[in-house]
Design a protein around this ligand. Structure first.
Ligand code: GYE
Length: 318
């Protein structure tokens, strides 16, 4: 009798777990990454791969080498493979409507990671996890405003190295920065060009800025640390002192930036956290389980001036 009851209880327990089979099969995520253009990106990829492993999620990872067409191809292949969830960091903001509609029709939820998209129908993605790039631009400008206030006098000529043309961080970091510097007419952007978020291009564009000798350059605002690091090299090769002759502000807060600050060659970096992996995996599980999630999830970040670089460097995780 007791045995029978025990057996029935077990059976009932097993039956009351309808999702048992589904839970046992590992969740499959297709992830389309922008590329490997910066230290930030490398840290982001490592975080996603490690977190997927940790969460028991099977990750199909595709590197788009900074090309939207490669991302569209990858997303289509994830749809064909019937993955459980698609996540991607869109290289540019626009041009996603068609492929995202295809994912929606196939019933596969999409999570935007790191960068946003501009689509007519926001239901084409479930949620977006990433930094507030406009705010990062404002933070960079606020630091400069404070510095300018301490050194009254002549105008400050700024050159700007923009990120990838059409990408959310390039558009937003420009917007936030301009919004704040407008409040002080002394601060003027005299040249602005894309350095594609890479060291090599950052160096090349800075060289061309330096060659145009019509106006003195006082400040460099780079949309990421890698371009600033490339530009530092160009500035040194031109016989100038980066961090002194030209004040340098950048964004990301990668290890290379802290090292440059320690060496006195970079003045400040605004943090942008690439370690999104663990939050993304949790989000993927919730989305697949149809739990309600926020449409916009932001990340908390700080500002690190050169004065704190030596103390902070050992604490940096990317
Ligand atoms: O700042 C830059 C990278 O989208 C936030 O992309 C990211 C940006 C990051 O290449 O270094």
């Amino acid at each position: 009798m007791i045995k029978l009851i025990a057996r029935r209880t077990l059976l009932a327990a097993a039956l009351s777990l309808p999702a048992f089979g589904a839970l046992a099969a590992p969740l499959v995520m297709g992830f389309s990454q922008v590329g490997a253009e910066s230290e930030w990106r490398t840290a982001n990829t490592a975080s996603i791969k490690a977190a997927a492993k940790e969460a028991g999620i099977t990750l199909k990872f595709a590197d788009a080498q900074q090309k939207q067409e490669n991302q569209v191809k990858a997303i289509r292949s994830f749809i064909a493979q019937k993955v459980d969830v698609i996540a991607f960091s869109p290289v540019v903001e626009s041009g996603w409507d068609t492929v995202l509609k295809e994912a929606k029709t196939a019933g596969i939820p999409v999570i935007l990671t790191d960068r946003a998209v501009k689509v007519a129908d926001p239901s084409l993605y479930v949620t977006f996890i990433g930094s507030d790039f406009v705010e990062e631009g404002r933070k960079a400008a606020r630091w400069l405003l404070e510095r300018a206030a301490k050194t009254p006098g002549a105008a400050l000529n700024i050159v700007e190295l923009q990120g990838t043309v059409g990408s959310a961080p390039a558009i937003d970091r420009k917007k936030g920065f301009e919004e704040v510097i407008k409040t002080n007419p002394k601060l003027q952007i005299i040249r602005s060009q894309s350095g594609e978020f890479t060291r090599a291009k950052g160096k090349e564009v800075m060289e061309s800025f330096l060659k145009q000798r019509d106006k003195k350059i006082d400040v460099l605002y780079a949309h990421n640390d890698d371009m600033a690091i490339g530009a530092i090299q160009a500035i040194e090769e031109a016989g100038l002192k980066p961090g002194q002759d030209i004040v340098i502000i950048s964004i990301d807060g990668v290890r290379g930036a802290f090292e440059a600050m320690k060496a006195g060659k970079l003045n400040v970096t605004v943090e942008c956290n690439p370690l999104l992996g663990p939050q993304l995996m949790q989000l993927a599980k919730d989305v697949v389980a149809k739990k309600p999630v926020e449409k916009r999830i932001t990340v908390n970040e700080g500002v690190f001036p050169a004065e704190v670089a030596a103390k902070e460097l050992p604490n940096r995780k990317y």
